[in-house]
Design a protein around this ligand. Structure first.
Ligand code: ZN
Length: 69
């Protein structure tokens, strides 16, 4: 086996794996962007607490949550 042949065998699988990992990470990022943020989020106008529960703030124990866009 020539030096060139062994170099190709060593280099190519690594390069192929690197490209595959890059493709996979790009795909995962695209999927994350697709699913996106939760459809609704609320923020307390008093303490700034955020969740997806709705108007009632568990910190202030009052209906102080407002809807975020
Ligand atoms: Zn609050």
């Amino acid at each position: 086996m020539s030096i060139i042949e062994s170099l190709v065998k060593v280099v190519d699988p690594a390069e192929a794996r690197r490209r595959e990992e890059q493709r996979r990470s790009e795909r995962e990022q695209a999927e994350r962007a697709d699913s996106g943020a939760p459809p609704e989020a609320y923020e307390c106008r008093v303490c700034g607490h955020r969740d997806q529960q709705g108007a009632y703030c568990p910190t202030c124990l009052a209906d102080t949550m407002r809807k975020l866009r």
